[in-house]
Design a protein around this ligand. Structure first.
Ligand code: NDP
Length: 502
């Protein structure tokens, strides 16, 4: 770790939604907890015209009503704003970086900072190539001191564009100074998957094909695309969710224990999981991937009626797929992955289903579902549910199930915010929880095959599902091939009731 004594965080896209909703509230928290460097300042940039004072005024209105800040944190907003500055520039215009350079220079004496700079790219992805080029041309990267860069998702649109981005970034930054954000990895509950597996003796001995029947990884939302039609229609669910977030969850669920918890050991194990995923051949893609798109329902419009979406759009808003990991631990265990927009509820969780006991001594009571399983709930209502077999009370010996729950909200632990953790790590120089170049490319290499197949076979089914339902019935048929069914949580999950299944 390399926490500098002085640092400027330069945010590109400082007038945007991500900056006001996530980055600035996170920075207030870091400021409140005094976890930033001694001489720390934030310089916002965008095309919108502000000076330091008017930008502070713009931020103040959002911060004062930010739902993620506590009363005490709100109390330090005025002091926080004193370290926030703004420079209007057009990030696509290299000549305007001279003004940014001048701003950095003008603050360098006051903050005793001769060139320690952390750049945050919170702009449309179309600017991800030009910004590092302009930073270089302007001479800003030549200043002495550390230079790090954080890049938001999406990192690339396919393998070719991801490789191109990587080659540009590696020209100007060392790999350990490139922080490709996947905010899922900043979530406490996602990091806890490793502790559940490797910090305890309960699960790891049975975390393999001998005891695990199948695994579900689900990340669904109960909203449509809102106003993101322009972006979403070019991306679709596979690019937006599966290639990045769901692959990270898969890696944490399936990885071997890293030798140590550090940036190299951990990320080496992630890449090994990706390399072990069985080949996405054409016949595999045809039989194991279900694409869906939400259609009009009584309560919601269909995808094709959304603003900015064509009446003939074939973009996927739902994906269900089954994949296998070809290694000693997971041979033969299906991993079912699912994501979708406009589903009945918003939930992200991993469900690990254990094999039934070999001795069928007890019969199942009709009303009870079978199967022991562990649910790792990532959001909302973060926690863990372990369903175990128990005797169904009453006469005879019948098998039932009960759920043991742990809820972060009800515990003494605060789950914190993913962006706070990730910004802190990038300030401190720890890229462990960020995606490494080889993992981005390996993941795109797999998903390019699927995208290419769909391009080559434009008649591939795109199944409609009414908005507000659990997706196409073909996805139920996919999981039923191994005699299983999806775990569909109820709409009314609460912190006191983590387990509620339809
Ligand atoms: P916005 O559209 O709200 O903001 C984009 C920012 O970039 C604005 O500050 C805009 O300011 C600036 N900008 C500079 N040049 C251009 C240009 N040529 N065209 C458009 N805008 C420009 O986007 P978000 O803040 O929502 O997202 C920023 C990035 O973060 C995107 O890559 C997105 O995928 C990613 N992201 C966002 C999340 C979110 O919750 N919002 C979540 C995860 C990722 P100005 O017009 O003043 O120049």
């Amino acid at each position: 770790m390399n926490m500098p004594k002085s640092l400027f965080l330069v945010i590109f896209g400082a007038s945007g939604d991500l900056t006001r909703r996530k980055l600035m509230p996170s920075l207030v928290k870091i400021f409140f907890q005094k976890r930033s460097p001694e001489n720390f300042a934030i310089i916002g940039t965008a095309r919108s015209v502000y000076d330091d004072e008017s930008y502070r005024g713009y931020l103040r209105q959002y911060l004062q009503t930010s739902p993620s800040l506590s009363e005490e944190e709100r109390g330090c907003i005025e002091d926080f704003l004193k370290i926030v500055y703004y420079q209007t520039i057009d990030p696509a215009e290299c000549s305007s970086y001279l003004m940014l350079d001048a701003k950095i220079e003008s603050l360098s004496t006051e903050y005793d900072n001769s060139g320690n700079l952390l750049f945050y790219l919170a702009t449309p992805p179309s600017l991800y190539e030009i910004i590092p080029e302009c930073l270089s041309k302007s001479g800003i990267l030549k200043k002495k001191g550390l230079k790090r860069i954080i890049v938001e998702k999406p990192f690339g649109y396919d393998l070719k564009s991801a490789k191109k981005l990587n080659s540009i970034y590696s020209k100007y930054f060392k790999e350990e100074d490139i922080y490709r954000i996947d905010h899922f990895l900043g979530k406490e509950t996602v990091q806890n998957i490793m502790v559940t597996r490797f910090g305890s003796t309960i699960y790891e001995p049975i975390w393999n094909r001998n005891y695990i029947d199948y695994v579900e990884i689900t990340a669904v939302e109960n909203m449509g695309i809102e106003n993101r039609g322009g972006y979403y229609d070019h991306a679709g669910a596979l690019r937006d969710m599966v290639q990045n977030h769901l692959m990270q969850l898969l890696a944490l669920t399936a990885m071997e224990p890293p030798a140590r918890f550090d940036k190299d050991s951990f990320r080496n194990e992630v890449i090994k999981v990706y390399q072990s995923i069985s080949d996405f051949s054409e016949s595999y893609i045809k039989d194991n991937i279900i694409r869906g798109q939400y259609t009009e329902s009584e309560t919601s419009k269909g995808y094709r009626q959304e603003k900015g979406i064509g009446a003939d759009s074939r973009t996927d808003t739902y994906i269900a797929m089954c994949l296998y990991i070809d290694n000693w631990r997971w041979e033969g265990v299906p991993f079912f992955i699912r994501t979708g927009k406009n589903m009945p509820t918003k939930v992200t969780e991993i469900v690990v289903h254990f094999k039934p006991a070999p001795l069928k001594m007890f019969k199942l009571r009709d009303e009870h579902r079978s199967g022991e399983k562990l649910i790792l709930r990532i959001q909302p209502n973060e926690g863990i549910v372990q369903r175990v077999a128990m005797k169904s009370p009453g006469s005879g010996f019948f098998l039932g199930n009960m759920e043991m729950e742990f809820s972060y909200e009800k515990s003494r632990y605060n789950t914190g915010d993913a962006y706070v953790r990730l910004i802190e790590d990038s300030i401190a120089g720890d890229p462990t929880l960020f995606t490494r170049q080889d993992a981005v490319e390996q993941s795109w290499e797999m998903f390019d095959k699927i995208l290419e197949y769909w391009d080559k076979h434009p008649d591939t089914h795109l199944y409609g599902y009414p908005a507000g339902t659990w997706g196409p019935k073909e996805a139920d048929e996919l999981i039923a091939k191994v005699g299983a069914e999806w775990t569909n949580p109820c709409k009314n999950l609460t912190n006191s009731n983590l387990y509620c299944e339809l």
